[in-house]
Design a protein around this ligand. Structure first.
Ligand code: ADP
Ligand code: MG
Length: 390
């Protein structure tokens, strides 16, 4: 996928800029509980404001019923948080689709785009109305780039000018660096609960990576496919054929798929976990994490890697009894000289809880978009920017 054009070198003072950003933050009884996305959006907003543009900021929040106002999904609390972090006043408009008055150098947050009928259906008419608000449309929401919605797609077709914002371009550059022409060896780790949610990612990474480490419920499915007894472990019988295919040598696939040598099991009627060799798991037991030998093995693979891409935990890391595998992996990545990218909701939670966040080269902000990109799919909101400007 080619890189979409960025902000024009000269931003005209007074010009109306419609900025699609991702301010979809968790809010609990009016309080914002994590503000990473707000902070991530600040540099772009600042830049536009300093160029004395009239900045109109557009975002979604949650999944309200479309076409309807819902106070619980209002962006109003975000306007205050944005103003505080920007150190500048931020206007807020509940009704904006028919026009917004604003001054040069001002920032106005527009109410949740998902309150508008036609947003998620990518209504052309709605995109046209959004486009009428601006001289320049800037798409800067990587986390929404895998969705063709009116505010990420239709609007770009109708805006007088459309481009990608710096945040979106940075994210694409990082992913390209890891996946399109990686410094090798490239070690990919795909863990988590289910194969079925990550089929395409596994297929693509098996083609481009040198090692494909599978973890969690996904590894259980691969172990079962290799003929190992996995007791009552979480796995997907329907995905056994895919797992076998990905482990079989093939000219199309580059990656070897190492399986765990030992595992940590939960055994019936006991709180105490047990370490088992991979071929000694018994009926009724559940594999919950990788064992110490496997941790060492994966640690060595990561140490030798020059590029690492990681999605999905190696075990049930939410339970301290089964967190060691995921934690050791996080630490190994942090200590390695490899260019490393981690992405995925639970993966970022794990990275955060083990305090290795600052040691990763890049944390991808978009869960779904990250997986789609890693799977080799084009992101519609990026593709349209290339189409309309070429
Ligand atoms: P991400 O959000 O990073 O893409 P997933 O949602 O695919 O990750 O997977 C995360 C979930 O997988 C976690 O809730 C974790 O507890 C679960 N998991 C990991 N290993 C196992 C296992 N061996 N058995 C059951 N669940 C597991
Ligand atoms: Mg998840």
């Amino acid at each position: 996928m080619s890189m979409p054009p960025g902000l024009p070198g000269k931003l005209r003072p007074g010009s109306r800029v419609l900025l699609r950003t991702d301010l979809n933050v968790p809010i609990e009884s009016g309080r914002i509980t994590a503000d990473e996305r707000i902070r991530a959006s600040l540099p772009t907003i600042c830049r536009l404001q300093q160029a004395r543009c009239r900045v109109l900021v557009m975002s979604h929040l949650g999944r309200p019923r479309e076409g309807q106002y819902d106070a619980a999904a209002s962006l109003k609390p975000v306007a205050a948080a944005l103003a505080e972090r920007l150190g500048e006043p931020v206007g807020f408009r509940r009704d904006w689709i028919d026009g917004v008055k604003s001054r040069p150098g001002s920032v106005t947050l527009l109410e949740n785009v998902r309150f508008l009928e036609g947003e998620t259906g990518n209504s052309d008419a709605l995109g046209r109305r959004m486009a009428a608000l601006c001289d320049l449309y800037v798409m800067d929401a990587f986390g929404s780039a895998h969705r063709a919605h009116a505010s990420t797609h239709a609007v770009a077709r109708h805006a007088p000018r459309a481009c990608a914002g710096p945040l979106l371009r940075r994210e694409l550059r990082m992913l390209q660096r890891a996946l399109e022409n990686p410094v090798r060896p490239l070690v990919a780790i795909v863990g988590g609960a289910k194969v079925s949610t990550k089929i395409e990612v596994l297929e693509r990474l098996a083609e481009v990576a040198d090692e494909l480490i599978v973890g969690g419920g996904i590894a259980n499915t691969f172990m079962a496919a290799a003929g190992l007894n996995i007791g009552d472990s979480l796995h997907e019988p329907k995905q056994l054929a895919l797992a076998r295919r990905l482990m079989a040598p093939s000219s199309k696939r580059r990656a070897t798929v190492p399986l765990p040598q030992d595992v940590v099991c939960e055994i019936p009627g006991s709180h105490e976990p047990v370490i088992r060799e991979a071929d000694e798991v018994r009926q009724g037991e559940r594999i919950m994490d990788v064992g110490p030998k496997t941790r060492k093995h994966y640690g060595r693979l990561v140490k030798n890697a020059r590029t690492v891409i990681w999605n999905g935990p190696l075990g049930v890391f939410e339970d301290p009894r089964f967190a060691a595998g995921t934690e050791a992996l996080g630490r190994a990545i942090a200590a390695s000289r490899a260019f490393s990218i981690a992405g995925g909701g639970d993966t970022l939670a794990a990275v955060g809880s083990f305090r290795v966040k600052s040691k990763m080269s890049y944390l991808s902000t978009g869960g779904g978009a990250f997986l789609e990109y890693a799977a080799g799919r084009t992101l519609p909101a990026v593709e349209i920017l290339n189409t309309v400007t070429s």
